[in-house]
Design a protein around this ligand. Structure first.
Ligand code: ATP
Ligand code: MG
Ligand code: MG
Ligand code: MG
Length: 561
């Protein structure tokens, strides 16, 4: 590609709104431009990187036995009502009406669409297992879109869904996906860690997040310094022996709406004795709902709450929101089995149950958990979130903390969606059975930002080889000089003929400008055609290490390969 023919609008200045390096550099180096808050255009270079990451994702998905398809972004509200997520997803779901006033959502995720499709098309165990994926634009009206591609309101996701007739089959697919994810992020050059995103106490193998280690990451991960143990901090279990009970914990009759504005007031409220035995509060944490049940008789609530909500943006839900979410009048809500909270508060972040909490979305919380009844604790002080320096729960080494960017998430869904949407099939015995599902997401556009966070220096981006928009940056120092231009042009053709992708800076700009742009853009190898063109010599420079050497044009291809 000739620079003169494409669009690479580089900037000298750091954009005022860009707080983190990946955002700054992707804008400055001409990869992306903001169209609206959290909505970006991928310029030619950005688009190249996007396609490269997608290519890696596709190759690894196919290896894992997943088949590509494409689903619509525009989704009828009815489907979302069937699963209840129309009510529980909150304002993150982009909603709109068509000309006939029918309601739609812009896909934030595709469980509803795929499950209803499979319900209609797959009727027999003979078609199972089946894993389908797509790479598609997602819409989430994030409360705080920020950090460029890291948290957009429109972004590119790879989402895969698997369908099974047994837990073993799901486990197999999950393991394959896990391997595929590891391969993908390795090929992207990333330093990452797969962390337990479920309560380790409940088996702990049902969901993992793939975290790219980075100071600017919004998640905190805990990991052992001498084993493979790693968990999202909100998930890390602490020395608790836990056995699940089958009894319902409590019935919620009403959501309390105390007049509390600060966390202190909330925790004061939780400490107060209560005549009905349990207090039920609905919180909003970063636009997600959290149902908190509290017996209010132990200070552990306070500790737990603070940990669960950490530095998150927490507020009490309004009565209106509580009503919408729980589908009942506040104060006259009625009897709701705690087990159903998963269903009702499908997108809940955490359920804090009698002082013990789990976190993050359906199936990921400790449900129906009651200290003393459901698990034994010797001392309440043991019941706390894991801290740096603690012994690792697997008994090996000591816990360290790190910040991470969630680039991928694999999750054993079980039959929640299949059940709600009626995805049944005939099993080998000729009986109806509900399908078992897994879902697997990768933030494709977020991954690009994560790569730049790990691959840059003070002058610009330093792309790893599999994702770089071009392999070589070819620079003619003075394209007006006939010898230089002729040699550059012949090298340009030769590189292309050898399948080495090349960006040719053929502009009539000052060398300083070209070199600065070249560093900013960050291709792995720069070939400069300058003074020694008359002898057939060019200068090579490796972007990352800075290593430089002169090569004769006749040896160039060999040297590069
Ligand atoms: P987060 O915790 O960062 O909000 P999430 O847990 O809501 O992410 P998932 O529903 O697990 O996201 O979606 C799968 C993947 O999509 C995530 O692992 C992440 O890489 C990506 N992703 C989610 N939200 C965004 C966003 N707003 N912008 C870019 N990528 C996103
Ligand atoms: Mg989210
Ligand atoms: Mg998350
Ligand atoms: Mg997630």
């Amino acid at each position: 590609m000739k620079h003169s023919q494409t669009l690479i609008p580089t900037l000298k200045e750091v954009p005022a709104d860009a707080e983190i390096k990946s955002h700054q550099l992707l804008v400055r180096a001409g990869y992306i431009r903001q169209t609206a808050s959290g909505v970006y255009s991928f310029l030619p270079l950005g688009n190249k990187v996007l396609k490269n990451v997608e290519k890696i994702v596709r190759e690894e998905m196919e290896k894992a036995g997943a088949v590509e398809m494409l689903m619509p972004a525009l989704q009828p509200a009815d489907l979302w009502k069937e699963t209840g997520r129309w009510y529980s997803y909150g304002s993150e779901l982009m909603r709109l009406n068509d000309r006939h006033d029918r309601e739609f959502a812009l896909g934030a995720t595709h469980e509803e669409v795929i499950t209803s499709l499979i319900r209609d098309e797959v009727k027999s165990y003979k078609k199972l297992p089946l894993t389908l994926y797509q790479i598609q634009t997602k819409f989430r009206d994030e409360k705080r879109p920020r950090f460029g591609l890291l948290r957009g309101r429109e972004f590119v996701m790879k989402d895969a869904y698997s369908f099974h007739d047994s837990q073993e089959s799901l486990n197999e697919a999950y393991d394959k996906m896990f391997t595929a994810y590891s391969n993908i992020f390795k090929r992207c050059g990333l330093n990452f860690r797969a962390v337990i995103a479920d309560s380790g106490a409940i088996g702990g193998k049902d969901t993992h997040e793939f975290m790219v280690l980075s100071e600017i990451g919004e998640d905190t991960i805990s990991y052992s310094d001498s084993s493979d143990f790693a968990a999202n901090i909100e998930m890390a279990p602490v020395n608790v022996q836990y056995e699940k009970s089958t009894e319902p914990l409590a019935e919620i009759e009403k959501v309390d709406t105390p007049n509390a504005k600060t966390m202190q007031e909330v925790s004061d409220f939780l400490q107060q004795p209560t005549d009905k035995g349990i207090k039920t509060l609905l919180f909003k944490v970063d636009e997600q709902f959290v149902l908190v049940l509290s017996r209010g008789d132990h200070e552990i609530n306070d500790i737990k709450l603070k940990h669960a909500f950490n530095a998150a943006n927490v507020e009490l839900a309004t009565e209106e929101e509580a009503k919408q979410l729980l589908g009942a009048e506040v104060g006259s809500l009625g009897p709701v089995n705690v087990k159903d909270i998963d269903v009702i508060a499908d997108h809940a972040v955490a359920a804090v149950v009698n002082g013990y909490c789990g976190a993050n979305e359906t199936g990921k919380h400790y449900i129906n958990v009651n200290p003393e009844r459901d698990f034994k604790i010797d001392r309440y002080e043991d019941l706390r979130f894991i801290q740096e320096g603690d012994p690792s729960p697997d008994g090996q080494g000591t816990i360290q903390f790190a910040k991470g960017i969630e680039v991928g998430h694999v999750f054993k869904l079980g039959n929640i969606y299949a059940d709600k949407l009626g995805a049944a099939y005939l099993n080998e015995q000729g009986k109806q059975d509900i399908m078992i599902m897994g879902c697997y997401g990768i933030g494709v556009s977020r991954t690009i930002a994560a790569i730049v966070e790990q691959f840059h220096d003070e002058n610009g981006i330093t792309w790893p080889k599999e994702v770089t928009p071009y392999d070589v940056h070819l620079i003619a120092v003075n394209p007006k000089n006939d010898e230089q231009y002729a040699l550059s042009e012949s090298i340009y053709q030769k590189l292309k003929a050898n399948n080495i992708s090349v960006l040719f800076d053929d502009r009539k700009e000052r060398p300083g400008v070209k070199f600065a742009d070249s560093d900013l853009i960050g291709l792995p190898l720069r070939i400069t055609v300058g003074k020694r063109a008359n002898e057939g010599y060019v200068e090579c420079k490796l972007r990352k290490s800075g290593e430089q050497f002169d090569v004769h044009e006749t040896e160039l291809i060999d040297k590069i390969n």
